[in-house]
Design a protein around this ligand. Structure first.
Ligand code: C2O
Ligand code: CU
Length: 562
């Protein structure tokens, strides 16, 4: 991508927030679809309010990123370029994929490098997201604006009469908030922002047609929970959880959405007059201490102008219906086959405990350590996990690799609106929650998946652990002699190719660095048959580092780009 097209992308990203009256038009993120996705992470700036611009970071734009459309069954290839001044990672939240493609804290992308993960999409149609996950910097990089939606389509969803015209009757809403200092820089002195920001727009409004509309809502906060509802207390319908559609719509007037969670809802606007308006609101007043955002203060480390009050999220103006409008609520959606407690052959319990000064919470008294595998799971096992919170604050528990089914809450019945496939959930004070999940398809003895509280200050503070999924049949475990490989041609102009002396050797990870040790390419499980494009490299000396699949032995070769 040329510098010019990057700046044009930047300008387009900003053009959407035109303001009239007290409201600004809701930004609808641009879309990318297909099977190859180019994501450029870059420092930028946005005019959020009068005065200075705010320093931000965005993906293919100035704040937040494009919405990626995946089709279930496709193999998607990501080219993630880090033009930030910081190391980062990019995690595909909610996706079932190999650990080495996951983008967790281990898959760091140094400045200037390209990371190229790919995987086959096996997730159900639903709303997912991507975001940075660099340990101890997740909050900082999220605040800057890095992240984006992923919408998966599949045949079961496509067969239903649901709104799905993106930006018209199918609207993504990333809910977050920000605080600013006197020079309009984002601040993180409190975990809670003072001003609501939806898709990067402050005080947003949107025109929605007089029909059933679908809102895909993501809690993209650092810490705040949302108790969502509409200003006229109307009933709305939850149709999907984090990892797929529910069996049938669930009517609600309020729904809680914690950090990292997504919900898809249908809102019936067929009876609203054109020109009328309603507000999507957070009914966060009156929550006790421990509900994130329930703190009463407006200043200090947990203070915010939005704490413990009801506040507007999105002003909705009702417009004329579109052709092909959805005007009825489907009575049923998809037929899910959920796991049950009886399917589990292994149980595990995690406790949220005190941390150490400056790090409020740990799992089982242990600070997160990148070098410690906390749990080893066996491939294809159904496990029951129980997370116990006998501590002073609520959390948002999230686990990578799988979608699970919540089977019990000690506080009462599992809410019907969270009865579907989940990857994140609210864990209240003095609450114990159990879920079941099957850990299938991807085994890797070396590379772990994470589980953690999705509240960024807690996660950065060490409320995180990791597990590997092990294939006991041993295919992942063979010890063999380290084989050698060759890089050719050398010197090379356009592409380098690989040949292996030992035909059982397979590339697990290929990294290319230049003569001063700067990482340029990070290629997990690359397709090496086509070689690797080096045509844009400057002339000079390079090193290619190959990790063998079976032995995880790393072998380095030198080549010259001419
Ligand atoms: Cu949304 Cu471990 O991440
Ligand atoms: Cu937490």
């Amino acid at each position: 991508m040329s510098l010019k097209s990057i700046f044009m992308g930047l300008a387009l990203g900003l053009a959407a927030s035109v303001s009239y009256g007290q409201y600004n038009t809701l930004h609808i993120p641009d879309t990318l679809s297909g099977t190859t996705f180019n994501l450029n992470m870059r420092d930028s700036f946005v005019q959020f309010r009068t005065g200075n611009q705010t320093i931000t970071a965005g993906i293919n734009g100035a704040f937040w990123g494009p919405t990626l459309f995946f089709n279930k069954g496709d193999s998607v290839h990501m080219n993630v370029r880090n033009y930030l001044n910081d190391t980062t990672t990019l995690h595909w939240h909610g996706f079932h994929l190999p650990a080495v493609m996951d983008g967790g804290p281990h898959q760091t992308i140094p400045p200037g490098a390209i990371w190229r993960p790919y995987w086959k999409v096996t997730n159900n149609a639903s709303t997912y997201w991507y975001h940075p996950h660099l340990h101890m910097s997740t909050e900082k990089q999220l605040i800057e604006g890095l992240g984006g939606f992923i919408i998966v389509r599949d045949a079961a969803e496509a067969a239903l009469a649901l709104p799905r015209t993106y930006g018209i009757d199918d609207i993504p809403l990333a809910l977050t908030s920000r605080s600013f200092d006197a020079s309009n820089a984002f601040t993180s002195t409190s975990a809670y922002g003072d001003y609501m920001v939806v898709n990067g727009t402050m005080n947003p409004q949107v025109s929605l047609p007089k029909q059933y509309v679908r809102l895909r809502i993501l809690n993209a906060e650092m810490e705040r929970g949302y108790n969502l509802g509409f200003s006229d207390n109307r009933t709305f319908y939850v149709i999907g959880n984090d990892g797929g559609l529910l069996d049938a719509p669930v009517p609600v007037t309020r729904v809680k959405l914690l950090v990292g969670e997504r919900i898809e809802i249908l809102v019936n606007l067929t009876g609203d007059a054109v020109g009328s308006s309603i507000d999507l609101k957070a009914y966060n007043a009156g929550f006790p201490l421990g509900w994130p955002g329930g703190e009463p203060g407006t200043t200090g480390p947990f203070g915010s102008l939005l704490n413990n009050i009801n506040f507007n999220i999105l002003h909705i103006n009702v417009a004329a219906a579109t052709t092909g409008a959805i005007t009825a609520l489907p009575s049923s959606l998809v037929s899910n086959t959920y796991l049950t407690a009886g399917d589990a052959t292994v149980t595990r319990t995690l406790n949220v405990t005190d941390g150490t000064p400056g790090r409020p919470f740990y799992f089982d008294h242990a600070n997160f350590d990148l070098a410690t595998i906390n749990h080893t799971l066996q491939l294809n096992t159904v496990e029951k996990w129980t997370v116990v919170n006998n501590n002073v604050f609520g959390h948002s528990f999230h686990i990578h690799d799988i979608q699970f089914k919540i089977i019990s809450r000690s506080s009462g019945p599992v809410n019907a609106y969270e009865s579907g496939w989940k990857d994140s959930y609210y864990l209240g004070i003095n609450e114990t929650v159990s879920f079941v999940a099957k850990f299938d398809d991807y085994a890797d003895d070396i590379h772990p998946f994470m589980y953690h509280c999705h509240m960024a200050p807690h996660e950065d503070g060490g409320l995180m652990g990791q597990f590997v999924v092990r294939d006991a049949t041993g295919v992942n475990n063979t010890i063999k002699d380290p084989a050698d490989f060759k890089v050719y041609p050398n010197p090379a102009n356009d592409r380098i190719y690989f040949s292996f002396n030992d035909p059982t050797m397979q590339a697990y990870y290929v990294t290319i660095t230049n003569a001063v040790g700067r990482t340029l390419y990070m290629l997990p499980r690359p397709h090496l048959a086509d070689g690797i494009d080096i045509s844009k490299f400057a002339q000079g000396n390079y090193f290619v580092q190959l990790t063998d699949e079976a032995t995880k032995k790393v072998i380095t070769k030198h080549f010259i780009k001419q």
